[in-house]
Design a protein. Structure first.
Lengths: 318, 544
């Protein structure tokens, strides 16, 4: 077996193990929350008999460990349980929300990642000169502002002043792709501004670090143009650190967009989670936590795997 | 009248330095150097580190490394002053008319790209020929340089070939665009002596066959004498002496050149064998997670106040032996006796006297010292740790040790960054000495130093041995050093001791094959040595 296959399968196994460990943490976390699910469903005026019946019905009297395993095995088979508040199947109601979140994240990523890499390369090419200072300054400013501030500024300019886009980003299944894109334009802009800086700065730093290497001097002494040196000789060796930051930001686009979704009233996972947290709907919170953790761990494992695959020493052992 | 290819006139090179605790300021690295080179000839640039050799070499490409700037003079190449060219014209020149072979090929190849891609890159970039023609050229050069599998080696990655091969691939890379001048910057310095000779012969042959001119930069006069037509001796950025290679080697005019020529001149009579202070008995060791022995059944003795030199090329197990003796790598079999006691395999279980009496000095004095501690703190630490010295008593002892290593009063409060390479190594010696050891393991302690500085260190070590009666286990790949310092010698090859005994006996024929190869590979300071050795080896292999 090629040693790289072993390395990759180790990473995957590690990822699965991590997800299971996280599921235990999520379950334990929701168990030690104060309050009682039955109580919060039935309200303060519920009779003790009604509470006892509901607890029995929800299986809350079972030992925690067996409830955890019931939940975990269900989740592995795609059954995330039913929401306490409306009795709907969580997997079904979450699917469309998750699809919306991924839709938004996808378009934000497809703009932000190439843009960040290009800006990072340009900043590295002109390190210490005005293009670098401009790019670094602007991205630093956008990352320093809280997302909701950026969100309202964008909304004020584009929706209120120029009326280019609708001020809320409600989307339906019946909308065409173009209509959907028009609706999510503003949250995409905000997300791009928020994630750009990290990736751009990491690209710049990683490239500048590689530029210190002796083989960059070799390339210079071959008479190559600075842009060629950066793209052909420096960038391939800067992929590993860059890809890690890119994946962290992609994960953020999925699991960290709660605020932006709320600002633009976008029907994604964030809104769904916030709604159910306020209603103490523990199964939904657990399910969201599990999905977020899986996305986060999955993307990070993916980053690891890309770093392994782009390392020539691992790809072509002696 | 042969045509002048390169003409350097009155070159001045400056750089901005940022010394710790001072304001940045400009210093002059090279001043008033003039030299010229005819087409097809080889000019050797020689000097110690800091002499400005590489800087002058790179000026032939109008290139300054880091903050280095060429601020005066003329560099005329093929009839035009290249210092006046703009960036675009310079890019047209670099990699086409002049190419560069760096000291460390391992660091100078892009690890993420295949060798062929890098070898033909400049040729393609300058539009000199098509890709298939360039690849054919490269394969031809690989073959000429004696690389194994010339047809397929180009598809490998840099980490998949050895250091010596990589250095040859780099030479092929420099020759591929068919330049009129190649700059070789210490191309064999990082190689083992047995590898160096092959690379040197390959480079020399390639230069001769292609008719390219070359600047050959090195600190090793014996090496440059083999390949050059003329030699320029440099010191502190100034020209010391320039002349044909024969005159420089056989009749140097300047004192400094004479010192360089005669640098390997320490006379050391071996001492009589005595009851050993350290006995290594059948030691076998391997690194965790590997399945071969880096040391197998190694047995050597070191007598008190004497020096055992361990020689061999990289990977022969020299440093591993030091690690086994110090307990950093517990041996899997065998016994180590020291000062009449049997040492436990693992460092952690040894007594404080075992630790104190067995000290070590390393190759890189730089990284063996805490850059944020003063010389006084560094040398004082073992005094505190082993003898509980404090305050004035400790400071007095540190000063005594500093006097012993011939460094004056002013040094006690300095930081390592303020010392030269030789001074740093002296501080490391003082630190080892502070523990009053019976044995010091010296691991390539002079390898990173210039020849004259290294000479000073060796003399110091011999003096200290005479004063203190300390024994040395001296690990080195440099046979000249061995001759200068050893009382007995162990030659190691692939984890085994292949030859062992008193110095004169080990260095007297008949030799085993490996020792013969090792000894005959050491460059000698005479003209025609390289041809002679290559010729002898060819005849021997034809005879077999």
């Amino acid at each position: 077996m090629h040693p790289i296959v072993k390395l990759l399968s180790q990473r995957i196994a590690l990822g699965l193990l991590l997800i299971i460990a996280t599921s235990a943490l999520i379950f334990a976390g929701t168990q030690i929350l104060p309050g009682d699910v039955a109580q919060s469903i039935l309200g303060q005026s519920a009779t003790p008999e009604a509470l006892a019946n509901l607890r029995e019905e929800l299986g809350l009297n079972e030992p925690a460990l067996s409830r955890y395993f019931d939940w975990l095995f269900g989740a592995l088979q795609g059954d995330l349980g039913t929401a306490l508040t409306n009795g709907k199947d969580i997997a079904t109601s979450m699917a469309s929300r998750l699809a919306n979140t991924l839709f938004l994240a996808f378009w934000a990523a497809i703009i932000a990642v190439p843009l960040a890499l290009i800006l990072g390369l340009v900043a590295a090419r002109y390190a210490g000169r005005w293009p670098d200072k401009l790019i670094s300054g602007v991205t630093l400013a956008t990352i320093s502002l809280p997302e909701f501030v950026v969100g309202y500024i964008v909304m004020y300019i584009l929706a209120v002043n120029y009326r280019l886009f609708p001020s809320t980003s409600v989307i339906y299944d019946s909308m065409s792709l173009l209509e959907k894109l028009n609706a999510i334009a503003m949250p995409v802009i905000v997300l791009v501004l928020v994630v750009l800086a990290h990736m751009m700065r990491m690209t710049r730093a990683a490239i500048l670090n590689v530029m210190q290497s002796a083989y960059i001097e070799t390339a210079e002494l071959k008479g190559l143009r600075p842009a060629t040196i950066i793209s052909r000789h420096a960038f391939p060796n800067a992929i590993a650190p860059v890809v890690n930051v890119v994946m962290l930001n992609l994960a953020y686009l999925v699991v960290g967009v709660v605020v932006v979704e709320v600002v633009f009233v976008y029907p994604g996972m964030g809104q769904y989670l916030v709604d159910h947290v306020s209603k103490r709907d523990v199964p939904v919170v657990q399910a969201c936590g599990l999905v977020f953790a899986a996305v986060y761990i999955g993307l990070n494992i993916l980053a690891d795997m890309i770093a392994i695959l782009t390392n020539p020493r691992l790809r072509h052992p002696k | 009248m042969p045509e002048t290819l390169l003409d350097i006139k009155n070159l001045k090179i400056e750089a901005t330095v940022y010394p710790p605790g001072e304001d940045p300021h400009d210093i002059t690295i090279v001043e008033g150097v003039s030299v010229s080179l005819e087409g097809g000839k080889v000019l050797g640039l020689i000097g110690e580190s800091g002499a400005g050799k590489s800087t002058i070499g790179l000026s032939a490409m109008a290139y300054g490394r880091g903050g280095v700037r060429i601020t005066g003079g003329e560099v005329t190449l093929n009839g035009r002053d290249i210092l006046k060219l703009g960036p675009k014209a310079l890019r047209g020149l670099r990699g086409r008319e002049v190419t560069y072979v760096a000291q460390s090929a391992a660091a100078s190849f892009n690890p993420a790209k295949r060798l062929m891609e890098q070898v033909i890159e400049a040729t393609l970039k300058h539009g000199l020929c098509s890709r298939s023609e360039a690849e054919a050229r490269a394969v031809k050069l690989f073959r000429k340089l004696g690389l194994p599998n010339p047809e397929t080696i180009g598809s490998r990655y840099p980490h998949q070939v050895s250091g010596g091969q990589l250095q040859r691939v780099m030479t092929a890379m420099a020759l591929c665009p068919e330049p009129s001048l190649v700059i070789f910057d210490e191309p064999t310095t990082a190689l083992d002596v047995t590898t160096q000779i092959d690379v040197l012969a390959a480079i020399k042959e390639a230069i001769r066959d292609t008719g390219v001119a070359a600047l050959y930069i090195t600190h090793d006069l014996a090496v440059v004498a083999q390949v050059s037509d003329h030699i320029l001796v440099l010191r502190n950025g100034n020209k010391v002496e320039y002349g044909p290679v024969k005159q420089i080697i056989e009749d140097p005019h300047e004192d400094y050149t004479r010192a360089l020529v005669s640098v390997r001149s320490i006379d050391h009579e071996e001492k009589k064998p005595a009851e050993p202070v350290l006995r290594v008995d059948n030691v076998t060791a391997r690194y965790k997670g590997t399945n071969f022995d880096v040391l197998s059944n190694v047995s050597v003795d070191v007598a008190p106040g004497q020096t055992l030199a361990i020689v061999g090329e990289s990977g022969s197990g020299k440093s591993t032996l030091a690690r086994a003796i110090t307990g950093l790598l517990p041996p899997s079999a065998g016994r180590i006796t020291f000062a009449g006691r049997t040492l436990t395999p693992d460092l952690k279980t040894r007594s404080i006297d075992d630790l104190r009496e067995l000290q070590m000095i390393y190759q890189m004095a730089d990284v063996a010292m805490n850059p944020r501690q003063t010389v006084g703190t560094i040398i004082g630490r073992p005094l505190e740790f082993y003898f509980g010295m404090r305050g004035e008593e400790k400071r007095k002892r540190v000063q005594e040790l500093l006097d012993q290593i011939e460094m004056g009063k002013g040094f006690i409060d300095r930081y390592p960054a303020e010392l030269s390479g030789g001074q740093k190594q002296r501080v490391c010696i003082a630190r080892a000495l502070a523990a009053k050891p019976k044995l010091i393991i010296c691991d390539e302690v002079t390898s990173a130093l210039d020849p004259l500085v290294a000479d000073g260190i060796l003399k110091l070590l011999l003096e200290l041995q005479a004063q203190e009666g300390v024994a040395y286990l001296f690990i080195t790949h440099d046979l000249a050093t061995v001759k200068a310092i050893a009382d007995s010698i162990a030659v190691m090859y692939r984890g085994k001791v292949v030859r062992y005994g008193p110095k004169t006996q080990v260095l007297t024929p008949p030799f085993d094959d490996y020792t013969d190869l090792l000894l005959s590979s050491v460059p000698e300071m005479r003209l025609g040595w390289l041809e002679h050795v290559i010729e002898t080896r060819k005849m021997e292999s034809a005879g077999n």
